[in-house]
Design a protein around this ligand. Structure first.
Ligand SMILES: CC(C)(COP(=O)(O)OP(=O)(O)OC[C@H]1O[C@@H](n2cnc3c(N)ncnc32)[C@H](O)[C@@H]1OP(=O)(O)O)[C@@H](O)C(=O)NCCC(=O)NCCS
Length: 160
């Protein structure tokens, strides 16, 4: 398990000059090795450039990028509630199973009081387990079964 004092979180919004630089770095250092064409699970290599912001985990010297979450902010057209949509999340192969992926999602949960959603392909069973263990529920009924949601308002009801 990674020690939290050994990692840093960087939030980089699309409007910042360094967005492109970090997107390029994360693509080279993390996304590329996770592409399906390389035996990984990701099928949309350019998704990070379309994100509203990137949440990046680096080592404590900010030198190496270890994990990335590409996130879009949107208002749900049915509930009118704000939500974060994780379009892509990936951890560098050598750093998997150390809790980095979980810590990125937890960072989003702790700092944004809203629902968090993502879509996971049917073949990506590891990510289905990963998100389910973080309290996400797979879609049902009219929702696509591979659309996962962590319902902030439902958890609030549970809390109070
Ligand atoms: C999904 C992903 C981001 C998880 O990152 P990670 O840092 O390795 O995950 P964590 O170490 O935080 O794991 C948290 C929990 O998820 C589950 N999990 C993670 N990887 C798993 C695996 N390979 N097999 C089974 N369960 C797994 C476990 O329950 C784990 O808890 P545990 O280690 O205490 O058992 C990573 O596997 C990855 O980069 N996958 C490729 C990209 C991808 O498919 N992204 C999702 C679609 S956009």
């Amino acid at each position: 398990m990674i020690c939290h004092s050994n990692i840093k979180y960087l939030y980089i919004g699309k409007e910042r000059d360094i967005f492109e630089e970090y997107a390029n770095r994360c693509f080279e250092e993390i996304i590329k090795e996770n592409l399906r064409s390389k035996g990984g699970m990701l099928i949309a290599p350019r998704a990070i450039w379309l994100a509203d912001f990137l949440l990046i985990v680096t080592d404590k010297t900010y030198t190496n990028c270890l994990g990335i979450a590409a996130v879009n902010k949107r208002s749900n057209p049915y509930t009118f509630r704000d939500e974060l949509y994780i379009t892509q999340i990936a951890v560098k192969n050598d750093y998997k199973r150390l809790g980095i992926g979980k810590s990125m999602v937890q960072e989003l949960i702790d700092n944004h009081n809203c629902d968090i959603t993502c879509q996971i392909n049917d073949f990506n069973t590891v990510s289905q387990v990963f998100f389910t263990n973080l309290g996400f529920e797979a879609g049902s009924g009219e929702d696509h079964p591979y659309f996962y949601r962590r319902n902030y308002y439902k958890s609030l009801k549970k809390t109070y």
